[in-house]
Design a protein around this ligand. Structure first.
Ligand code: LLP
Length: 421
């Protein structure tokens, strides 16, 4: 559920008409509903109720400082994957003890940064990383708390580009080699083992792979404890899918996911961490654009809009579906016709939807892409020298720009021409 609804024939974000925001900031833009973020966080809280747990929001989904502050104020932890994300989380007021650091390629500089600034744990993904972390921590006189990310060799049954839990993926240490890795960690200076980490992929729409992966983690917990390791935390990653298509059968609810967690790892006496990104942010955001032209092609019509693949890359990159709705509510029973919704970028890949049934639209009409709060703004670029589009946050009847649109001048100033040229 989200808070983007039609009222009096107009699409609203909570109590703000989308049209008012468009008037104030121009199109295209992203708009987020703070009530939706809070509600999604709350759903996970309810799902894990009764278990000692921490929800570490995966900020890669949407890392705007205002969103991080909103999540931090709810008590969330943050899952970061780079020095930049770590710095942003801290800048938003997230204490180091609530930050977990994931990722296959942490650099020494990032390790140093997190150890100096405070860290809940590193999720270590390889033996070489473990050796470097040990050396860095030891040289700082620090003790790095770690979980080892194990790769359970489970098929997440999601898009190939976002599945991470099979042995052919680059992520984690094969679960079959976990004992050796933990034994190595236990011998190394500067390292303190605190738990196990697993993350099998994103946009999961089936609980089966979770059940399989978490059961393997439970087994591993018993084995590692028998081998003398103190396993007090289990980080189960993120990945729970969201409904992108109105017509689709809905993915499992957080409550059902929580049941799987309870059933598989609930009785191990471990603190449970999860790292949801998409489920918290995805349906809390829209991307809004305007129609530039309606172009009649041969056998197909093109709706050319002012947003493009550089603003929202998911359709081009993952063949992802985003529901598209007009901001002015269509009259009931109006005739729909199939159009290709495309942007102005000079690539055929700049196509948001093919043959999408939409009510009649004309130049300057506003349209909204639903489910664009996660992996939208964060994956945007300035390709074709199109400035990053602004982000707006709504709360009740108020809204604020939380990232402004750069001017052409701002964009130009970022490049420098060498003196010798
Ligand atoms: N934890 C780790 C270690 C991850 O790699 C990810 C996502 C998450 C948590 C959060 O997963 P979520 O709950 O958001 O599914 N750009 C792609 C998604 C990439 C996901 C990468 N890792 C997309 O637009 O679909």
């Amino acid at each position: 559920m989200d808070y983007f609804l039609y009222k009096q024939g107009e699409l609203y974000a909570e109590d703000v008409p989308i049209r008012d925001i468009a008037r104030a900031v121009g199109t295209p833009f992203y708009v987020y509903s703070s009530a939706t973020f809070r509600r999604h966080y709350q759903l996970f809280q309810e799902a894990l109720e009764g278990m000692d747990h921490l929800i570490c929001y995966a900020m890669k989904a949407n890392g705007n400082l205002a969103i991080l502050k909103l999540m931090a104020d709810l008590g969330a932890g943050i899952d970061v994957v780079s020095g930049g994300e770590y710095a942003k989380a801290r800048a938003a007021g997230v204490p180091g003890e609530r930050i977990v650091f994931s990722g296959v390629g942490k650099t020494e500089a990032e390790m140093r940064q997190a150890l100096a600034g405070g860290i809940r744990q590193f999720n270590v993904e390889s033996e070489p990383e473990l050796l470097v972390l040990s050396r860095v921590a030891d040289s700082m006189g620090a003790l790095a708390p770690i979980s080892i990310r194990v790769n359970p060799d489970v098929d997440a049954k999601t898009h190939a580009k976002i599945a991470t839990g099979k042995s052919e993926n680059k992520f984690g240490i094969p679960i079959s080699k976990a004992s050796e890795a933990y034994a190595m960690a236990a011998r190394l200076p500067g390292i303190k083992v605190v738990g196990i980490d697993v993350h099998i992929g994103s946009q999961l729409t089936d609980l089966g792979p979770y059940e399989m992966a978490f059961s393997k983690v439970a087994e591993l917990t018993h084995r590692l404890r028998a081998e003398g390791h103190e396993i007090s935390r289990l980080d189960l990653g993120g990945g729970l899918g969201i409904p992108y298509e109105n017509s689709n059968t809905a993915p499992p609810l957080p409550l059902e996911y929580g049941e799987v967690v309870r059933k598989t790892v609930g009785d191990l006496g471990c603190e449970i961490e999860i790292e949801p990104g998409r489920l918290i942010a995805g349906n809390a955001g829209l991307m809004v654009g305007s129609v530039i032209y309606l172009k009649q092609g041969e056998g197909r019509d093109f709706l050319i809009i002012d947003a493009a693949m550089n603003d929202l890359i998911r359709p081009a990159m993952y063949e992802a579906h985003h529901d598209i709705v007009p901001v002015k509510q269509p009259e009931p029973g109006v005739d729909l016709s199939a159009v290709d919704v495309v942007g102005p970028v000079c690539e055929s890949g700049d196509t948001f939807a093919r043959g999408r049934n939409l009510p009649p639209l004309q130049a300057t009409d506003l349209i909204a892409f639903r489910s664009a709060g996660a992996y939208g703004a964060v994956m945007a670029s300035e390709y074709n020298a199109r400035p990053l589009i602004p982000e707006v946050l709504v709360q009740g009847d108020q809204f604020a720009v939380i990232r402004a649109r750069p001017s052409f001048e701002d964009m130009i100033k970022r490049d420098t021409i060498p003196e010798w040229l």
